[in-house]
Design a protein around this ligand. Sequence first.
Ligand SMILES: NC(=O)c1ccc[n+]([C@@H]2O[C@H](COP(=O)([O-])OP(=O)(O)OC[C@H]3O[C@@H](n4cnc5c(N)ncnc54)[C@H](O)[C@@H]3O)[C@@H](O)[C@H]2O)c1
Length: 157
Amino acid sequence: MAKVVVVGLGYIGLPTAAMLALSGNDVVGVDIQPKVLEALRSGNIPVREKDLTAIVREATRSGRLQVADCPEIADYFVICVPTPKIGQKADLAAVEAASRSIASFIRRGSTAILESTVPPGTSMNLVRPILESSGLMAGPDFHLASCPERVMPGNIL
Ligand SMILES: NC(=O)c1ccc[n+]([C@@H]2O[C@H](COP(=O)([O-])OP(=O)(O)OC[C@H]3O[C@@H](n4cnc5c(N)ncnc54)[C@H](O)[C@@H]3O)[C@@H](O)[C@H]2O)c1
């Protein structure tokens, strides 16, 4: 089983992290909001989704889901941070910050997956150069994928 870091524990990231943990992976869910981490540590689920509370609690009890304010070395990184619209454009500041936060933890053979909703070209033009600041190259050294989420809010499970 793999070590997975999920960055952003909101409507998309939290169910993703919990399901990956319940499938036997070691998952670290990362969020920059202390109140999100505190709520999760005390068993309160800040995302409205049927059955999610039970699933997150089970994943936490199993020891396979932990939460933290900083990423760590992993086989897979899944970026699930917000990309709100400002006018006709997506605000990519959180994607940029999340990419920077994982760059030093990428290793040869790691896979980074951008799951946030982004304009075409974001993986190659924004995320890739940030991750390559690690000294490793996307393709030969680590894998970079774009897999935009297309679920209905609160209806993921
Ligand atoms: N909610 C949906 O139903 C839905 C559906 C399809 C696509 N999406 C897309 O998925 C992405 C995530 O949306 P969401 O609804 O889960 O957002 P959300 O606001 O529910 O959660 C995002 C979480 O990311 C955290 N975060 C922000 N910057 C961070 C950083 N640099 N490092 C770590 N954590 C950080 C926030 O604190 C927050 O807890 C967006 O691009 C959105 O457009 C969402």
